[in-house]
Design a protein. Structure first.
Length: 458
């Protein structure tokens, strides 16, 4: 069965480290992004606040410190840095039409949910300078990233000329005055939106990603693509009046209990979830398993090592689930039974975790597609129907469109052609936002249709 090539497309960032400057970056999606045209599906999103975090404040403080004082590479930051005073945002370059709407919605969320003094400006360089450049330009610098943020420059040209002179080193900052976010202009609307959320948040706040955070975009698994209630709480704390640029980790740690008691009062009585740091050898195993280099056997071995390590560490959180997910992804083509068992275990864990609904949805997409390929139309329908509400809430258009296409094929398998046609029509707006071009939409539809044909022969 050649399911792996289908199910590996477009839904998970390959967590592969990049050489070069120690920048905060969003890893490249495995799908081929094309048109950035928006569609009416954006009207379904609206301006919705994320659900408030339900986590214990002591746990949030622990995560805040690791997010704020460590880089993704593992290097430490000596002091806290942030913008002092009002924050301005400017866009430039080949701006996709969808970006303006999504940015306006994002800035309003920052004001409403994180209490930030932030606004968009035109003309002169701003605090945060978002420039849209061709994808090939970004890949010429970092081959496996979608977008990234760097300090002290206001344009792509300044970035290119500053790569080797020490300007881009976050560890030498005393305060953030100007940063730049670079996003590929020739991207899908969803990828642009995802980059705006994560990179603009990191331009203002934490520069790190932690695999253990299932309820955050600050996580290298990239399941969450829209800022969560936890993320807004982190940013609200980051810009609390008790903190300022130049404070050490110890000084920030002393202030956090009072800050979090004020900004997240529910967290004072929420149950604690003690967690340990992720060892580098586990991170390396996951990165190898889901990377694009190395043989299939080497990647499968790495996935099995990730599962073994997670279990040996005694983890019951998203890191164990993600290890199982990686094993399912890499073993699906050669050992479907192992893959389906791994996906089932990943889904079980994710459904038990706060903020794990969208993670479980990614697993369910894999299971629904597998059921379709085996002619199990009722099973494919059941999984798709139970999963789509969580996906719509997460505003993941690409995943939503895929589930709807699976549902349409399952309905057709059962002879419900009129219902199938209606679902395909409804999937169009989601597909346009998530996949971009007609060619990409047709390609995804053809792949899912091929699964259904395989299932009809079963």
């Amino acid at each position: 069965m050649r399911l792996a090539s289908l199910l590996a497309i477009g839904f998970l960032t390959a967590c592969v480290p990049s050489p070069g400057a120690d920048v905060s970056m969003n890893q490249n999606k495995s799908s081929t992004a094309t048109s950035g045209r928006a569609s009416s599906v954006t009207n379904k999103f609206g301006l919705k606040a994320a659900a408030r975090t339900q986590r214990n404040n002591a746990d949030i403080a622990r995560d805040f410190l690791e997010l704020a004082f460590t880089m993704e590479s593992g290097r430490t930051l000596p002091i806290l840095t942030r913008f002092e005073g009002p924050i301005t945002v400017r866009t430039s370059g080949q701006i996709p039409p969808s970006a303006l709407t999504d940015l306006a919605r994002l800035l309003q969320r920052f004001r409403n949910e994180a209490g930030l003094n932030i606004r968009e400006v035109a003309g002169a360089p701003a605090s945060i300078n978002i420039e849209f450049v061709p994808r090939k330009a970004i890949q010429s610098v970092y081959s496996n990233v979608a977008c990234f943020v760097v300090p002290r420059v206001t344009s792509w040209d300044e970035f290119r000329s500053s790569r080797n002179n020490g300007t881009l080193v976050w560890q030498t900052l005393q305060q953030r005055d100007q940063v730049s976010v670079f996003i590929p202009a020739d991207s899908t609307a969803q990828e642009v939106r995802d980059c705006l959320h994560e990179e603009t948040a990191q331009a203002m706040g934490p520069l790190n990603d932690l695999f253990r955070l299932t309820d955050s975009v600050f996580n290298d698994d990239n399941f969450n693509t829209s800022l969560t209630g936890f993320d807004m709480t982190i940013l609200r704390a980051y810009y609390s009046p008790e903190l300022r640029s130049g404070m050490t980790q110890a000084q920030v740690a002393a202030k956090l209990p009072g800050i979090l008691a004020r900004v997240n009062p529910a967290g004072n009585s929420a149950p604690m979830r003690p967690q340990t740091k992720s060892p580098r050898f586990w991170i390396n195993a996951v990165q190898t398993a889901l990377g694009s280099s190395g043989s299939a056997q080497r990647r499968e071995d790495a996935a099995r090592q990730a599962v073994s390590t997670a279990r040996a560490q005694g983890w019951t959180d998203g890191r164990l689930a993600f290890s199982y997910f990686a094993l399912g992804r890499i073993s699906l083509a050669r050992d479907p039974a192992t893959a389906i068992n791994a996906f089932a275990e990943a889904g079980r864990i994710y459904r038990s975790l706060p903020g794990g609904a969208i993670h479980a949805a990614h697993v369910d997409m894999q299971l629904a597609a597998y059921a379709l390929s085996r002619g199990e139309s009722e099973r494919a329908l059941e999984i798709s129907n139970r999963t789509m509400p969580a996906v719509a809430a997460a505003e993941n258009a690409a995943l939503m469109a895929t589930l709807m296409l699976i549902k349409a094929e399952a309905l057709e398998m059962r002879g419900l052609n009129r219902e199938a046609s209606a679902v395909r029509i409804d999937s169009g707006g989601w597909a346009r936002y998530g996949f971009g071009s007609d060619a990409q939409i047709k390609s995804r539809a053809a792949e899912i249709s091929a699964l259904a044909r395989r299932g009809n022969k079963s």
